[in-house]
Design a protein around this ligand. Structure first.
Ligand SMILES: NC(=[NH2+])NCCC[C@H](N)C(=O)O
Ligand SMILES: [Mn+2]
Ligand SMILES: [Mn+2]
Length: 340
């Protein structure tokens, strides 16, 4: 019997302390169902297996947060100058992500690995803001990298977005590419320098549905992105080598703290159909798990989000179960489940 694998903590004081925040929030997009995902993942035994098989000490308040106390009575769509569509639920998303950032920070500042279970992808504004701040405090102002695994780039600004859904904008806000709108600076005005990531420390994997305005942003900012075309061309092994090297986490490199934001729609809808914006031609289950395993192996992973599981969005019950299973597997792989 070998010692159970756990995160090898280059940037964490303890390899077995795990903070979990369950976020039942769907206001970053329009489809109901995504708020029920944390409960489904937990009921499927996710936290139990992290406790029992991977031997983590799990710090969880046993709640799925819907942040009702932070949701404003009135939150009209916000039409910013030159926008194609008004921002939807702007104050709600801003307030909820702010509260989430504090919760994530609480865990991360104690040196715990933080797992955030969504919820739609807008919540990454909060989880990244909270982790980035704690990492800076603990590591002498050190920046954190983000690996964003997704069919989508989620880097629309309020101006480029065609939908107004904030789950298509989190990367723009957390990197500072989008500023709080002049029309209402209250929205995301709470994000400070200590919460932000540097866009050069961001890397995408799995992209295949990127809006024209987003492509322009990616090009103009020289953002490193591996699309499904790259996965086909190089294979996932080479893509991971290149992606990790970009964030200084390759073999022989110094490493930097890494936050993994995993949108389940990066996986092919054949294996993870229950998600709000499925796109054909995605990652296989093994490719998804492999990405998580590779990041685990660097010893640099400090936090992970799993988002966009929507059990009402799939065709049938089987699809929902498969999506949950896939989600649980991704988390376990990122936290050190190794097959042999
Ligand atoms: N997290 C997601 N599933 N995002 C999908 C975004 C889709 C589209 N690009 C938009 O901005 O509306
Ligand atoms: Mn997506
Ligand atoms: Mn996403």
């Amino acid at each position: 019997m070998t010692t159970p694998p756990t995160i090898s903590p280059k940037f964490l004081p303890s390899k077995d302390q795990l903070g979990v925040v369950a976020v039942g929030f769907s206001g970053g997009q329009g489809k109901p169902g995504v708020e029920a995902a944390p409960t489904a993942l937990i009921e499927a035994g996710l936290l139990e297996s992290l406790r029992n098989d991977l031997e983590f000490t799990v710090h969880h308040d046993d709640m799925v947060h819907s942040y009702t106390e932070h949701i404003p009575v009135s939150d009209p769509p916000l039409r910013t100058a030159n926008a194609r569509a008004p921002m939807l639920n702007p104050l709600t998303v801003s307030n909820v992500t702010r509260a989430l950032a504090d919760q994530v920070y609480e865990h991360a500042s104690k040196g715990r690995f933080v797992l955030t279970l969504g919820g739609d992808h807008s919540i990454a504004v909060g989880s990244i803001a909270g982790t980035a701040k704690a990492i800076r405090e603990r590591h002498h102002g050190r920046d954190m990298a983000v690996v964003w695994v997704d069919a989508h780039a989620d880097i629309n600004t309020p101006e480029t977005s065609g939908s107004g859904n904030i789950h298509g904008m989190p990367v723009a806000f957390i990197s500072g590419l989008a500023k709080p709108p002049k029309e209402n600076p209250e929205i995301f005005g709470w994000i400070g320098d200590e919460n932000r990531i540097n866009i050069k420390n961001l890397v995408y994997i799995g992209l295949r549905d990127v809006d024209a305005g987003e492509k322009k942003i990616l090009r103009e900012n020289g953002i490193r992105a591996f699309s499904m075309h790259d996965v086909d061309k190089y294979g996932i092994g080479k893509v991971m080598e290149m992606a990790l090297e970009h964030i200084n986490c390759g073999p022989g490199q110094e490493g930097m703290p890494v936050h993994l934001s995993f949108d389940v729609d990066a996986l092919d809808p054949l294996v993870a159909p229950s998600t709000g914006t499925p796109v054909r031609g995605g990652l296989t289950l093994r490719e998804g798990d492999f990405i998580c395993e590779c990041i685990h192996e660097t010893g640099c992973l400090v936090a992970m989000d799993l988002v966009e599981v929507n059990l009402l969005a799939g065709e049938d019950d089987l699809g929902a179960r498969e999506t949950i299973r896939a989600g649980c597997s991704l988390v376990r792989c990122a936290l050190g489940e190794i097959l042999l």
